[in-house]
Design a protein around this ligand. Structure first.
Ligand code: NAP
Length: 246
């Protein structure tokens, strides 16, 4: 389905990003596995893809660093001659109540989750406009739709991702470039493992489907949006949350 497409997945060393990288590769895309600090885990993702007969390469880059993202995308275009799919998945949380939230925790979350997506889109869109094709998928969150106590920084960043998605979708629509967001709910990854058992139980009890989601369930929707089957979808936010944001 994605045979020969060149895809960049940010934050693909673990969790949802890893599942997205494996799924895009399984469907025939050449996947650039971006990571920030987890080198061995990212290498393992590349190994898994190549051992399954797919193609992948590794790219270390802090997505919050404007110049570094430019360099990463230049290198991809130099090596492969194209960039067809960009998945902005890299993200962090630094949760705290607003009264206790430190300025640096607000800045770090906005820098990675929102500016990181701006950085890659800014550099990738030049190439996609030249190609007159491309798929951009930004990972937002249910917190960006509903808000969440203790996550003012994270919710703001993820709501920002939605605004970014809709604006860029309008800007790039003349060249048939699809720009969409996926808003996962409560997905079982390192990010949510860090929550207390009580917080996890409280969260699960609010989900209409009564369970947390799996990274693969998000990856399958991303793969659909990256494919020609979703050619007429742009500027949308697709929730993958077991009904949490109904
Ligand atoms: P995770 O398990 O904590 O993984 C985060 C990934 O982001 C890692 O691969 C990490 O790479 C990468 N990353 C962090 N900072 C980075 C940076 N500065 N530059 C490049 N990569 C960076 O998180 P996850 O649960 O899979 O979440 C993935 C995305 O889904 C995030 O955007 C998150 O906000 C969103 N999301 C998650 C949930 C959930 O319930 N899990 C719900 C809604 C939305 P390194 O380890 O190499 O640093």
């Amino acid at each position: 389905m994605l045979e020969g497409k060149i895809a960049l997945v940010t934050g693909a060393s673990r969790g949802i990003g890893k599942a997205i990288a494996l799924t895009l590769a399984e469907q025939g895309a050449v996947v650039v596995v971006n990571y920030n600090g987890s080198q061995e885990k990212a290498q393992e993702v590349v190994r898994e893809i190549t051992e399954a007969g797919g193609k992948a390469s590794l790219s270390q880059c802090n997505v919050a660093d404007f110049a570094a993202t430019e360099e990463m995308i230049k290198n991809i275009i130099k090596e492969y001659g194209a960039l067809d799919i960009l998945v902005n998945n890299a993200g962090i949380t630094r949760d705290n109540l607003i009264l206790k939230m430190k300025e640096e925790d607000f800045d770090a979350v906005l820098d990675i989750n929102l500016k990181g997506a701006f950085n890659t889109i800014k550099h990738a869109s030049r190439q996609m406009l030249k190609q007159k094709s491309g798929k951009i998928i930004n990972i937002s969150s249910v917190s960006g739709i509903l808000g969440n106590a203790g996550q003012a920084n994270y919710s703001a960043s993820k709501a920002g991702v939605i605004g970014l998605t809709k604006s860029v979708a309008r800007e790039l629509s003349s060249r048939q470039i699809n720009v969409n967001a996926v808003a996962p709910g409560f997905i079982d990854t390192d990010m949510t493992q860090a929550m207390t058992e009580q917080a996890k139980e409280e969260m699960s009890s609010q989900i209409p489907f009564g369970r947390c989601g799996q990274a693969q369930e998000v990856a399958d929707v991303v793969a659909f949006l990256a494919s020609e089957k979703a050619a007429y979808i742009t500027g949308q936010v697709i929730s993958v949350d077991g009904g949490l944001a109904i």
